[in-house]
Design a protein around this ligand. Structure first.
Ligand SMILES: NC(=O)C1=CN([C@@H]2O[C@H](COP(=O)(O)OP(=O)(O)OC[C@H]3O[C@@H](n4cnc5c(N)ncnc54)[C@H](OP(=O)(O)O)[C@@H]3O)[C@@H](O)[C@H]2O)C=CC1
Ligand SMILES: C[C@H]1O[C@H](OP(=O)(O)OP(=O)(O)OC[C@H]2O[C@@H](n3cnc4c(=O)[nH]c(N)nc43)[C@H](O)[C@@H]2O)[C@@H](O)[C@@H](O)C1=O
Length: 313
């Protein structure tokens, strides 16, 4: 990938696509092509085909998707399956038809079976049943992996798949119900602090364990793998460290500076009990994360405070 090669970052306004675009620009890549969903609805095959035929991107980062936390995944099950299936199918097929040199597909740690051995190894894919709350999203992501593999097997396409762990960072979604746990807790603790509320509610039992990677680290890993990895097998991207949701809540509480109590709402789903990535393959390829959770949380909270000035979250 040369500095003036044409690179399409699908989903560049999202948290991940934004971080990948920043990383590419920092490294000197100067020919990025982007479209918002209003300009190019990736669910339209005709529009995607026309875009690829006109723009002829040489490299593609596929970071556009319908994304959300446990509640959104479990509620909008049809859109999480349909939108994600059709977007990735349209892009991967058009990339093949238009001679894209290399494409990176972003999946998710939720593709692994709910009860797979921990830490989650890449070869656990399709070895057991999925977590029900995000099965539609996971099925779509597994289809994306298999599309990349199929175009590679049949046509020799250099399409690679990476599986990020739970992410957070600049430009995250702070919706009270539809977001992931980390941004949801930043907002809830911040509002409780502002309102002097005596307690903050955390969904579920607090016992599930999750791993969190700062989005700019994820972006650095994605660009690194785009430059250094051409294999068929997926690659996990994470830190290899996790903590319970209760421990996460305590840490967010401390970073935000809230002094009240925590209560747990057992009526809300816990989801997968644990999703710790085995990152030995990534580490052996020469990449390791650099932003630890506490530092990343401080950066994310600063971003939240800044965005709050500009928009009603
Ligand atoms: N966030 C996380 O914790 C994790 C994310 N991932 C993966 O990373 C990728 C990016 O996620 P993230 O950045 O968090 O998500 P965001 O919701 O922040 O961004 C998603 C992007 O997708 C674009 N998009 C959605 N629907 C359409 C559409 N119909 N047509 C065109 N563009 C569309 C949006 O474009 P626009 O802004 O223009 O509307 C948006 O910029 C996804 O593949 C996700 O599965 C994987 C693991 C964890
Ligand atoms: C990235 C990943 O994200 C999703 O999976 P998830 O890891 O279960 O996502 P989550 O961040 O929403 O929840 C993590 C844990 O945290 C608890 N929790 C507490 N309090 C809040 C809370 O206020 N909001 C949310 N969302 N969760 C909360 C919550 O009950 C759960 O136990 C997938 O659907 C799929 O999209 C995917 O790939």
């Amino acid at each position: 990938m040369q500095l003036n090669d044409k690179i399409y970052v699908a989903g560049h306004r999202g948290m991940v696509g934004g971080a990948i675009s920043r990383r590419l620009q920092t490294l000197g890549y100067n020919n990025l092509v982007t479209r918002t969903s209003a300009e190019l609805d990736l669910r339209s095959q005709a529009a995607v085909n026309e875009f690829f035929a006109t723009e002829k991107p040489e490299y593609v980062f596929l970071a556009a998707a319908k994304v959300g936390g446990i509640h959104a995944n479990n509620t909008y099950r049809a859109e999480f399956l349909y939108d994600n299936l059709i977007m990735e199918a349209n892009i991967i097929h058009a990339a093949h038809q238009n001679g894209v040199k290399k494409l990176m597909f972003l999946g998710s740690s939720c593709i692994y079976p709910k009860m797979a051995p921990q830490p989650l190894r890449e070869d656990s894919l399709l070895t057991g049943l999925l977590e029900p709350t995000n099965e539609p999203y996971a099925i779509a992501k597994i289809a994306g992996i298999k599309l990349c593999e199929a175009y590679r097997d049949q046509y020799g396409a250099n399409f690679i798949s990476v599986m990020p762990t739970n992410l957070y960072g600049i430009g995250d979604n702070y919706h009270p119900e539809n977001s992931h746990v980390l941004p949801a807790l930043i907002r809830r603790f911040h509002e409780a602090k502002e309102n002097n509320a005596p307690e903050v509610t955390v969904w579920g039992s607090g016992t599930p364990k999750r791993e969190f990677l700062y989005a700019d680290d994820l972006a650095a890993a994605c660009v690194y793998l785009m430059l250094h990895y051409d294999g068929k097998e997926l690659v996990n991207i994470g830190t290899g460290e996790d903590l319970t949701i209760r421990e996460l809540a305590e840490t967010v509480k401390e970073v935000v500076g809230y002094t009240g109590a925590l209560v747990f709402d057992a009526t809300k789903p816990d989801g997968t009990p644990r999703k710790l990535m085995d990152v030995s393959k990534l580490n052996n390829l020469g990449w390791k994360h650099s932003v630890e959770l506490k530092e990343g949380l401080q950066l994310a909270y600063a971003d939240f405070l800044q965005k709050k000035q500009m928009v009603t979250l």
